[in-house]
Design a protein around this ligand. Structure first.
Ligand code: ASN
Ligand code: ZN
Length: 322
């Protein structure tokens, strides 16, 4: 349980009449014609040696091993959200093959992106089930790859918490897209189904209500703040990257809730454009990120649009200065 607890803590013209009419430029998100995914799932068979033995490659039938097949499907769903909703061709935008290893380590209580691939533990069975059980977690880990190949956000302090938040945002969007859930229908949870029945909790994190995902005798209470009033100053976990991510997470939820409908549409596009548009600094603070999302909303939907307004109000609510 102690190891589990430690794992948790890591865990946009006006055409002048004098100029010849031109076709409008296609929105950036449709410039790319993404190809299909190229997935490979490996089995570490309880070792910590990567990648392990290839057990299912693209186009192969189901392997019969649940984590292998969940990882294969989860990678496919994540690839599809980025392709369909944002026109992104895999993690790097250029069709990077998607590799994942399952059965990593013994009773291993985590999942991670190691800079090159995804890795999933089986969980200890006491606190955590296998980590492939949650599509939002698979989407989360893969989004770390997208961030690495785009904004390259540092993994410490506020930039790190934004990095974590972006993984949570696109993680929940993968799940919402697959389940065709609107803002009101979605759980807004990361890691539903990961805790065993013995744990008092529904998930690792809640974007809708940070700080309420679990409250357990052994794990304690979900430590996430939901506004800058309770920002956690800590050197642990790279400056609280998994804790303070609650603040930008709630900002995304609030913007999506104000707009209604499907969160992978306007809100997702605004956040995606912010992440990949090329102007977000790797050392962004919450305020820099907040201004960047507002600028993306104004660029995509117009200054003073409902979208622009919803984004600005969301950051105000979580008390991040624009
Ligand atoms: N599951 C964690 C994450 O992706 C693993 C870690 O902290 N390296 O954020
Ligand atoms: Zn993460």
């Amino acid at each position: 349980a102690r190891a589990a607890k430690e794992a948790l803590s890591h865990i946009r013209s006006v055409q002048s009449a004098r100029t010849a009419p031109q076709p409008a430029a296609p929105p950036a998100f449709r410039d790319v014609q993404p190809g299909p995914p190229n997935r490979s799932i490996y089995d570490a068979a309880g070792s910590e040696t990567l990648p392990g033995k290839l057990v299912r490659k693209e186009g192969d039938p189901e392997s019969g091993d649940l984590p292998t097949d969940e990882a294969y499907d989860g990678l496919g769903h994540t690839h599809r959200l980025f392709a369909d909703a944002f026109g992104r061709n895999s993690i790097d935008g250029h069709g990077l093959p998607l590799d994942a290893t399952v059965h990593f380590g013994k009773l291993y209580d985590n999942a991670f992106w190691n800079g090159q691939q995804m890795v999933f533990g089986d969980g200890d069975g006491q606190v955590f089930e296998r980590f492939t059980r949650s599509l939002s977690v698979i989407g989360h880990e893969l989004t770390h790859g997208v961030t690495q190949f785009s904004a390259g956000l540092a993994y410490r302090n506020q930039a790190g918490a934004i990095n974590e938040s972006l993984s949570d945002v696109f993680g929940v969007l993968v799940e919402q897209y697959v389940r065709k859930q609107s803002v009101d229908q979605a759980s807004w949870l990361i890691g539903e189904g990961l805790f065993t029945a013995q744990v008092q909790g529904k998930a690792l994190r809640s974007l809708k209500a940070p700080g309420t995902a679990y409250d357990d005798d052994v794990l304690g209470k979900d430590p996430q703040p939901d506004s800058m009033d309770s920002y956690v100053r800590t050197s642990a976990d790279n400056g609280g990257v998994h804790i303070n991510s609650g603040i930008p997470n709630r900002a995304f939820y609030l913007a999506a809730a104000a707009l209604g409908g499907n969160a992978w549409e306007a809100p997702g596009r605004i956040w995606y454009e912010t992440l990949t548009g090329g102007s977000l600094p790797a050392a962004a603070t919450f305020s820099v990120f907040a201004r960047a999302t507002a600028a993306s909303a104004a660029e995509l939907f117009g200054s003073g649009s409902a979208e622009h307004d919803a984004v600005r109000k969301a950051w105000e609510t979580v008390k991040v200065k624009l």
